[in-house]
Every structure is written in C-alpha cells, then in structure tokens.
Design a protein around this ligand. Structure first.
Ligand SMILES: Nc1nc2c(ncn2[C@@H]2O[C@H](COP(=O)(O)OP(=O)(O)OP(=O)(O)O)[C@@H](O)[C@H]2O)c(=O)[nH]1
Ligand SMILES: [Mg+2]
Length: 450
C-alpha cells in the first residue's frame, strides 16, 4: 500500500488533537503528493464528512480550518456552527482557535480551493492563501499565519469521532484466569475429525505491516510463557516477510506441538506485480508450497520449480484462511486492495476454505482500548471499524475478531492472551467446518495429486 505521511510533528499533532477532542485523523490529501490544485483537493476531500485543513508556511505556522460539513462543490454558502479556524505556532504556545462570526456562513462550497472567507486556501490553484480577516472570521493576521501567505505544504484530514463506550459489549468475553486456562486447554486438546490430519493448518494473509508475523509470535509467546520473536516482524515500505513459513507452536518450553500450524505469508500490496501473488496463494491453499519458499512476485511458482510440492495430502492443505488487517488502516484500504481481497476471497471460496478476519492493533486504534483492553468489545470505534471491514470485505461480522498482538511489551498479559486464544479457538472451529464439508471420498483420500 502506498503510504502518504503526515507532516505534523508530535507537538503539532497533540495541539491539533487538543482542539478537536476525542477523534482520530486520517490523512486524505497532501498537496505535495497530489497537487496544489482545487481539482486535486476536491477529488480527495469531497463527501468525506468532518475534515480539518492543515496548511504550513515557511514562517513555521501550521494553520487551517475545521468543518463538520462535506465539501460537495454545490456552490452554496454553508453554515456550520462547529466550524473554526485555528493556528499552531511555536512550541509551548497555546493554539489559537477562532470561531465563526455569529450568523455568517462557515465556507463557500465552490469548485475553488476551500474558501472560509477570511482564509481561501489554494488561492489561484497554487500553494498560496488569500487572507481577509473579518470575512466570516475575525483574527489577527500575525497570530494566524505571521503574514506569510505562501504554503510549503497543504494537507486535509478526515476527522473521525471515536465515540464512547457501549453500555453493553457486542460480544461477551470472560476476562478471568479460568477462562484463559479453559481456552488454552481447548486449543491444546483440539483434534480434527479426520484421522489422518493431526494439525489444523491456518494461513495468515493481509496487507504489508498488518501484523501477520506478530500474530504468530504472540501465540507462540503466550503458549511458551515468555516473549518470543521467531518470525521477523517490523515495518518497511514493502513486506518484511519474504518467505512462506509454516510454524508449529510448542505448549510450553519442551512441550509437545500444538494441533495447529500457522502459515505466514508475504504482505499483500495493491499493485499487480508486487507483494504476495494470487497464483502463489492458490498453490499455498492447495498445499503445493514448501516451507521457506522464497516469494518472487514477478515470477510465481511453477510445478517444475524446486519449492513446489507435487504430492500433497489433506494435512498439507490450508484448512482456514485468516485475513489480517490493521484496525488503524481500515478507512485507508484502497479500492485496488479491496479488489485484491475480493479476488482472494473468490479463489478461497471456490476451494471451500472457511475464512476469518483478524483486526490487529486495536489498542493503537482506540485510546479507550489502550487504557483497558477489556474495552475492546465496548469501544464504539472498534465496533464501527469491525462493521466497516465486514461490509467492505463481504465477511460476516461473526467472523471478525479484534486482537492486540504483543509488539513492544516484555511481559505477557492475561487480557491480551484471552483475546488471542479466543481467535485461535475460532480458527480451529472453522478448520473443523472445512473438514466437515469435505465429501467422504476426500476425507478418506490420504494422498491427493493434482
Ligand atoms: N501496537 C501494535 N503494534 C503491532 C500489532 N501487531 C503488529 N504490530 C507492529 O506492526 C508492525 C508490523 O508487524 P508485522 O507482524 O511485521 O506485520 P506483517 O503483517 O507480518 O508484515 P509483512 O511481513 O511486512 O507483510 C511491527 O512493528 C509490529 O510490532 C498490534 O496488535 N499492536
Ligand atoms: Mg510478516
């Protein structure tokens, strides 16, 4: 996924959040990337709901406008009592917040750059602002932008209200030591209904950096009782994982293998010849790809290449596919990425493999969850993201599971383990559905060649 990065420093971000309250910001448009033109602004920012403009000048001012209304280019004057202009200057200074003059409109919704009367951004389709204090908003030019009307950068963010906590969680989880033990036992004692299959094989698929490798590390750590990092996890422009890996998990140090194999793949990227290849994925589904196969997006595996396993048994096939998505990036999933998911889902459905969706980084996505992971099913924001994902990927909400992976902690945590184990238990249930759906002929066949 191509990532456009915010120009706000940490201090500026904090100040902006202090003006906006309990919200999350999603960068929609960055003029240095998309163009300093009204057309580019409208193509990225129209009909996005509440937004905030962030303009930068060489004098060090960060200033702009918040509105709760859509930009639609309807040509009308828009009233919005919640709209305001603001300015953030040097470190330490309190941000300036300017409400609109009572009775006057907030902005004119035309085809120009955003026009708040007193401030017209992208003036004459360029990196400039026209400043006319007194039109709609009163302010001192020196305090707003220091008189420097040339823009060095111009960004627009969608402002998403995080909402509060639901009175009742949308899924009931028991956050107790007994429940954790119960889940662990249920996973340890899992037996597939097929005699020849000892371990359910679960495949992790998702965009670069979603937390696939971290999920394996987290499960491995939770079962071993201490932090492990067998799978390399981290952040880079492209996928950190470049090999196909099949991981077994041990029940404690020196313990036996769990009846579960987690298969880690290279991240998905939106363009055709980058990231995990769909043909490779189909071969993984069918069990043809060997452990440690080096993915090569431009040259998918052929049945004549060394990493290809010709003779496969039911144990080699994937029994459950888990889509892994970063909760913070749900609104940023591009149409290309969603189309890629749709193709994968189609191929996976054709092979009769059940699918689950794992939403990672829930604590990064919602501060209320960061405060207490037990809020995960009570956070309005997480519920909204789960619904949004369920709709855009066409996966029922019952198959959407929020989790927090271990990423920087040194100690295990009971609540984190309970969420992780709940997800694994569900994966095993789904693998069972796969086995149950096989016809008797398939079930009896131990060696399948295709
Ligand atoms: N805060 C937080 N960070 C996470 C979580 N899961 C993963 N991360 C971090 O996200 C980054 C990417 O995680 P990985 O597990 O490498 O992601 P991946 O899906 O394997 O990525 P590729 O192999 O590059 O496709 C790492 O820095 C992790 O520490 C989570 O639940 N919470
Ligand atoms: Mg990885």
């Amino acid at each position: 996924m191509s990532v456009v990065i915010s120009g706000l420093s940490e201090d500026q971000q904090k100040k902006l959040y202090s003006l906006l309250g309990h919200v999350r910001l999603h960068l929609l448009y960055k003029a240095s990337v998309h163009g300093f033109t009204a057309a580019a602004f409208h193509s990225h920012c129209d009909k996005q709901g509440a937004t905030v403009i962030v303009a930068y000048n060489a004098a060090g001012f960060v200033f702009g406008a918040y509105t709760s209304k859509d930009y639609t280019q309807c040509g009308e004057d828009i009233k919005d009592e919640t709209a305001f202009l603001y300015s953030i200057s040097a470190e330490g200074n309190k941000p300036l917040r300017v409400a609109g003059i009572s009775g006057q409109c907030a902005f004119t919704d035309g085809a120009t750059g955003p026009n708040y009367g007193a401030l017209l951004f992208l003036h004459e389709d360029g990196p400039a602002v026209q400043s006319k204090p007194g039109t709609g908003f009163h302010f001192q030019a020196a305090a707003m932008h220091g008189g420097d009307l040339a823009l060095t950068e111009f960004e627009v963010y969608r402002v998403e209200g995080l909402g509060d906590l639901l009175a009742k969680p949308w899924r009931n989880i028991q956050w107790t030591a007994e429940r954790k033990q119960q889940l662990m036992n249920s996973i340890l004692n899992y037996k597939s209904c097929i005699k020849t299959v000892n371990q359910a094989r679960v495949l992790l698929v998702g965009p670069v950096g979603a937390g696939k490798s971290s999920f394996f590390n987290s499960i491995n750590s939770a079962f071993r009782g201490n932090m492990t990092s067998q799978a390399i996890a981290g952040t880079a422009g492209t996928s950190v994982t470049t090999q196909f890996r099949t991981y077994t998990i041990k029940a404690g140090k020196g313990g036996g293998a769990l009846p579960l194999i987690l298969c880690d793949t290279m991240g998905l990227e939106e363009n055709a010849d980058t990231g995990l290849d769909i043909e490779d994925l189909v071969n993984i589904h069918k069990g043809h790809i060997k452990d440690r196969y080096q993915f090569s997006p431009s040259a998918p595996l052929l049945d004549s290449t060394p990493g290809y396993k010709r003779h496969v048994t039911l144990s080699d096939k994937i029994h459950c596919v888990v889509y892994v998505v970063d909760t913070c990036k749900v609104s940023l999933l591009t149409q290309k990425m969603l189309d890629k998911f749709a193709t994968i889902r189609k191929k996976t459905n054709q092979l009769g493999i059940p699918q689950i969706l794992l939403m990672t980084k829930v604590e990064e996505a919602c501060p209320l969850v960061a405060e207490d992971l037990k809020n995960v099913y009570r956070s309005v924001y997480i519920q909204r993201k789960a619904r949004q994902l369920s709709e855009s990927l066409g996966i029922p909400l019952t198959c959407v599971l929020p989790v927090k992976n271990y990423s920087e902690e040194l100690d295990l945590d009971q609540d984190t383990d309970i969420l992780l184990f709940t997800a694994v238990e569900q994966m095993l249930n789904y693998a069972d559905s796969f086995f149950e759906n096989l016809d008797t002929e398939d079930q009896e066949m131990s060696v399948i060649t295709s």
